[in-house]
Design a protein around this ligand. Structure first.
Ligand SMILES: Cc1ncc(COP(=O)(O)O)c(C=O)c1O
Length: 449
């Protein structure tokens, strides 16, 4: 049987549910990245690093809640915190002690965090970050970097995503697009040229490179950005929705020692429940504060409602998550597993003579298949060669890899990467490597590689 036939054979329940889902949801899914031809799997339950679908198939999960589940599924202490909170109320429409604890943890862990405002998602966090930057600087333009992802609101989704100049989404007004500029990452000269015009409120980026490090940044680029943004009075926003609490407890800003003006957070922040935050310099985040000055409150203040900001369930999960990971032991574990996984994935490619490479950072990895590429010889980071970026795997290969790995009991994030957590095991890595070798062999048999 081919990979596709095996996939269909192993997942009759998911196929049936997908038929139904197609009648309710566009393309039958509720998030773009969950789309998979001919149908995605339907998951019934999850525990630790594993999940089970409606057909009883078991998977080692590297999606990990799109990166939110740093302690795996249904972690007992996070579950207990949520269960204890639920009967006490899920929304007080008032201030509460847990949000205060949560905010203090963010301030303690994230170097740039002088003041904090919670949101309900990462998209809301980057939306508020850009609003704050524009209000603070009285400038309209935003500068982002090509391929960097910051959620789906108009101000950032509309900018150039591919070399084609095509906006990533339809439905964004041309006027909005004209205020969001995009330049290739790693080219500090281009950034500086654009900032020199004096109309850019902020530069926003994913601080380990586009698409959670799929295209890594050159060493020194963050420090250069810090310097040029300062020189031209533009703010620097690190979107640490993925990297926050992951690549170091204090995020990329701690790992690389570069402190942005504003930081956006989500995912691990909320312990696997919905939640985000915008944080940074007190005088910037305090654009939200009420002052004893009617003119300020009515005309200069940045308004920020949001029904589910800092809701008690997310706060309970978030406080527990951030408290549990505070001593760094889960990071050492998750990073240690990745330090074993990536070289072993590369060894499989080498052994089977398949062009491509695996690389990553801390507890995330990416696979680039189908073209010759340098592989990390030491450590797990992409081995830079002048001017080069890792290529991306073509969509047909990504889909075949995703289906093949699912057939062998492994779920990859987006089909070509993933996250380890503090609860993945050595046995998970053993099984993943077997699954990868088998899938690569099948892809070769089918002439895909
Ligand atoms: C870097 C980055 N920023 C922002 C977002 C948007 O976050 P959310 O999906 O919580 O809206 C994401 C989502 O994956 C992300 O990866």
């Amino acid at each position: 049987m081919t990979i596709l036939e095996t996939y269909q054979h192993r997942h009759p329940g998911s196929a049936r549910l997908y038929e139904e889902a197609l009648r309710t949801f566009p393309s039958g899914v509720t998030h773009d990245i969950r789309y998979l031809a001919p149908f995605p799997i339907f998951v019934e339950r999850a525990q630790g690093s594993h999940k089970w679908d409606v057909d009883g198939n078991e998977y080692i999960d590297f999606v990990m809640g799109h990166g939110a589940l740093f302690l795996g599924h249904a972690h007992p202490e996070i579950t207990r915190a949520v269960l204890e909170q639920a009967p006490k109320g899920t929304h007080y429409g008032a201030s509460h002690v847990l949000e205060l604890e949560w905010g203090k943890l963010v301030r303690r862990l994230i170097p740039s965090a002088e003041a904090v405002r919670f949101t309900s998602s990462g998209t809301e966090a980057t939306l508020m970050a850009t609003r704050l930057a524009r209000a603070y600087t009285s400038r309209d333009k935003l500068l982002k970097l090509d391929f960097h992802f910051h959620g789906w609101h108009d101000a950032l989704v509309g900018a150039r995503f591919a070399e084609s100049d095509t906006p990533r989404s339809a439905g964004v007004p041309a006027a909005t697009l004209s205020n969001t500029l995009s330049v290739p990452q790693n080219d500090i000269r281009l950034v500086e040229e654009r900032l020199a015009r004096g109309d850019v409120a902020a530069v926003i980026l994913e601080p380990t490179g586009a698409s959670w490090g799929t295209l890594p940044l050159k060493e020194g680029f963050l420090a250069d950005l810090r310097e040029v943004t300062r020189r031209h009075n533009s703010l620097l926003i690190f979107d640490e929705v993925v990297t926050g609490f992951r690549v170091a407890l204090g995020g990329a800003q701690e790992r690389y020692g570069v402190t942005p003006d504003i930081t956006t957070l989500a995912k691990i922040l909320a312990g696997g429940l919905p939640g985000g935050a915008v944080t940074g310099k007190a005088d910037i985040v305090s654009m939200i504060e009420f002052r004893d000055n009617p003119e300020w409150n009515q005309e200069r203040r940045v308004a920020h409602p949001g029904t589910f900001n800092a809701n008690p369930l997310s706060a309970a999960a978030g406080v527990t998550m951030l408290s549990l990971i505070g001593d760094g032991r889960y990071h050492r574990h998750a990073d240690g597993l990745m330090a074993r996984l990536i070289p072993a994935l590369n060894a499989v490619l080498q052994r089977r003579g398949v062009p491509g490479c695996a690389y990553g950072l801390a507890s995330y990895f990416h696979l680039a298949l189908g073209k010759d590429a340098p592989r990390p010889q030491e450590g797990i980071e992409w081995p830079w060669q002048d001017g080069e970026l890792p290529m991306r795997t073509s969509p047909p290969l990504v889909q075949a890899l995703k289906r093949g790995m699912l057939n062998h009991g492994v779920d990859l994030m987006g089909g070509s990467g993933g996250f380890t957590s503090g609860v993945h095991t050595e046995a998970d890595i053993d099984h993943t490597l077997e699954a990868f070798e088998a899938t690569i062999a099948e892809m070769q048999t089918e002439g895909l590689l």
